[in-house]
Write a protein that binds this ligand. Structure first.
Ligand code: IVH
Length: 707
């Protein structure tokens, strides 16, 4: 039985639904397009629920452009084919300044313009996502399609509706009868990272996305729009495909840059990075400016696009084949490339950590030739299932070490085998052992392993440690290989003859001719300098010395804290776990590493030898920082305390070694809640943080004589 509603009341409901739709659209636009939300999420949800309730009881009021329709049903039998009204073309690419110059010159020639006639370009980022076309009839979104082969794409309307940055209804009064907007669907980097974090935690159940572009493409091709809705995709508009039915006075503006502004008015997101400039120089300036920001942008781009701004001139120039003569994509050097894995070897680090490394057919990525890429650890190799012979995607971001990010499984040759970590160190033959519960495998050879010895000596000599100028890794390798260096202490026994002898043997082995100066004399200035640098390093600080020793887990900051706290090396050598735990920032794991390091006979020997060789540092008095009863704990004060001013409470807590912070997080140890405590107390409950009332605080303060 249907409920009969009086016509007047029905009008009210219809009007309410209309208002709700308009308001929800407005909030969506503010949130997803303008990035400036004006109401809390909870209020937005309440509006949406109210509208859903109305539409459920009055199906006759439902409409296709309702914001409740963003997640719809699954299309039957896959995606329908859509023929584009005008083909979706591609852009010609340029990789150099010269090609950009040529592009602009050719336009001038074709348009018979002089060299200095101004030529304006609309400048845009080249978004790295998926091109789509959105069709609006009388201002309402009716269909969206992928680019496909340019002529025919797939109808992915249901999935596009879930993207909140895409308006379901155009804003403003002057909407054309038919409008097709083109642009790029993309996955913001943060969303991509978050997705992969979840995938990693799923233990293989959810597959990792290779990059944000694949993330966007894969999400749009989901048959279930609910899955697309769960992947935060975004959109940028950059062109108009078809417009029809505009009144004469509403004809499109004459410039592309104005068209973009119009799209913005209609409610589409247009990147704030779009700009205009004149001539090739203006284009190249833009390319460099955007290139410099690239790493910081919240989305991936792979270059910039130059479009002649004057739409009439665009039409005059037309197309060659499938690319417009009036536009050009200027690409950044690729930062991801595919290549093949020739071998997977193991690199032994300073503390014996065995890192698998892919030896690659050299490939030019992001401006450098890469022939090795880290695979991090055995778990990562297993996760990616990288095998010798595989084609892999190699990424190099900024100055970060190149890494293998994915395997192209389609190109895997026959008869490959999964990689396993060798059981023995490839350098010294000692067993490789995996730390219990950890991901790191280590060579157990310690300093008997030449690889570890080279790395340890290199670290010892590095700038922030003993600062021995001129002692590079290759020199150390030679000195270790030919038996001149067993341990760091041997450095101080080296003389000029040793260095030259090592060099002679290395030249002989490599078949290189020794560098000579006048009269056939062998060049030896480098050796003189090195001997002087070694001698100069003898006087140092305890902090540098401790850091130079290369104790696992002990970086510069900890070395400094240990030096300050103990003042003298002997005091540190005698320290047990309890004593070490008193040092700020030293926890149980680090304390265990320190004790284990000093317990090793060869480490103690090396220290004695270094001292005997004359390594010294200025002696200092220990500077113990008071470690109060509440050291290491973070407190948050909220609400009003009746007997204690908040500042006084803060001071007293700090006197007991606690940190007092302003907001509650997972790191908070205790929240002290006074009268009328609000959201911080809620947050503490939510996170399960310990909560004290004022009485408890006073009791603890009293216990330590601070009441
Ligand atoms: S304009 C006729 N503008 O690049 C020109 N394309 O090779 C139509 N793209 O598949 C494209 N950012 O996905 C244009 N600001 C931008 C773009 C852009 C990315 C992509 C687009 C297309 C490809 C063209």
């Amino acid at each position: 039985m249907t409920t009969r509603i009086a016509p007047a009341a029905m009008d009210d409901v219809a009007a309410r639904a209309q208002t709700l739709r308009r308001d929800i659209d407005e909030h969506n636009h503010r949130y997803h397009v303008l990035d400036a939300p004006s109401i809390p999420d909870a209020e937005y949800d309440a509006l949406l629920r109210e509208l859903e309730a109305i539409e459920a009881t009055h199906p006759e009021l439902a409409s296709a452009d309702s914001p409740t329709r963003r997640v719809g049903g699954k299309p039957f039998g896959g995606f329908a084919q859509v023929r584009h009204d005008t083909p979706m073309l591609s852009l010609a690419n340029a990789f150099s300044d010269a090609e950009v110059g040529q592009f602009v010159r050719k336009i001038r020639e074709r348009l018979e313009l002089g060299d200095d006639a101004p030529l304006r370009f609309s400048l845009e980022p080249k978004f790295d996502g998926l091109a789509i076309a959105l069709r609006y009839e009388h201002g309402v979104f009716v269909r969206g399609a992928t680019r496909g082969d340019g002529e025919t794409g797939e109808d992915v309307s249901a999935n596009l509706r879930t993207i909140k940055a895409i308006p379901l209804r155009l804003r403003g009064g002057d909407v054309p009868a038919l409008l097709e907007v083109r642009g790029e669907v993309y996955m913001p980097r943060a969303a991509f990272e978050k997705y992969n974090e979840g995938a990693r935690a799923s233990g293989g159940k959810i597959k990792l996305l290779v990059n944000p572009r694949n993330g966007a493409a894969g999400s749009l091709r989901q048959l279930d729009p609910a899955i697309t809705a769960s992947r935060p995709l975004a959109f940028f508009a950059y062109a108009v495909g078809v417009v029809d039915g505009l009144d004469g006075h509403h004809a499109l503006p004459p410039r592309h840059s104005q068209l973009l502004a119009k799209l913005r008015d209609w409610g589409f997101p247009v990147s704030s990075l779009v700009a205009t400039a004149s001539g090739a120089d203006g284009c190249l300036d833009y390319f460099r400016r955007i290139g410099a920001q690239r790493e910081q942008l919240p989305f991936d781009i792979d270059g910039v696009v130059y479009k002649l701004d004057d739409l009439r001139l665009q039409r005059e120039l037309g197309y060659v084949g499938r690319t417009p003569r009036w536009a050009l994509a200027h690409k950044f050097p690729a930062q991801e490339r595919t290549t093949t894995v020739q071998d997977i070897t193991v690199n032994i680090g300073r503390t014996g950590a065995a890192t698998p490394v892919a030896n690659l057919s050299p490939v030019f990525v992001g401006g450098v030739t890469v022939s090795n890429a880290t695979l991090h650890n055995a778990d990562q190799v297993a996760r990616l299932d990288v095998r010798v012979g595989d084609t892999v995607v190699v990424r190099r971001a900024g100055d970060v070490i190149p890494e293998v990010v994915a395997v192209v499984l389609d190109r895997r040759p026959e008869r490959t085998t999964a990689w396993v970590m060798p059981t023995h160190c490839p350098v010294c033959g000692s067993a490789i052992e995996r730390e219990e519960g950890g991901v790191v495998a280590r060579c157990s050879g310690g300093l008997a392993c030449p690889a570890q010895r080279v790395r340890a000596i290199f670290h010892f000599a590095s700038r922030r440690a003993m600062d021995i100028d001129g002692l590079g890794e290759r020199l150390i390798e030679g000195l270790v290989e030919f038996g001149f260096l067993q341990s760091v202490a041997d450095l101080y026994a080296l003389n000029l003859g040793d260095l030259l002898e090592m060099k002679r043997r290395a030249d002989e082995r490599d078949g290189t001719t020794p560098e000579t100066v006048k009269d056939g004399k062998i060049a030896s200035k480098w050796a003189d300098n090195l001997i002087a640098a070694i001698a100069a390093s003898k006087h140092t600080t305890l902090e540098r010395f401790l850091y130079a020793l290369g104790i696992p887990e002990v970086g510069q900051a900890t070395a400094k804290a240990l030096a300050r706290h103990f003042g003298r090396l002997d005091a540190l050598l005698r320290a047990d776990a309890t004593a070490l735990l008193e040092v700020p920032d030293v926890g149980p794991i680090m304390a265990a590493h320190i004790i284990a390091f000093f317990a090793e006979a060869h480490n103690r020997d090396a220290i004695s030898q270094l001292r005997a060789a004359g390594v010294t540092w200025t002696q200092a008095q220990p500077q113990r920082e008071p470690r109060g009863a509440l050291a290491g704990q973070t407190f948050v004060l909220t609400g009003t305390l009746s007997t204690l001013a908040r500042d006084a409470a803060k001071e007293k807590l700090e006197a007991l070694g606690a940190k007092v912070a302003g907001s509650v997080s997972k790191k908070t140890s205790v929240v002290v809640a006074g009268e009328a405590a609000g959201s911080k107390l809620d947050k503490a409950h939510e996170l399960g943080v310990e909560i004290w009332d004022e009485a408890r605080l006073l009791a603890v303060l009293a216990e330590h004589g601070l009441a």
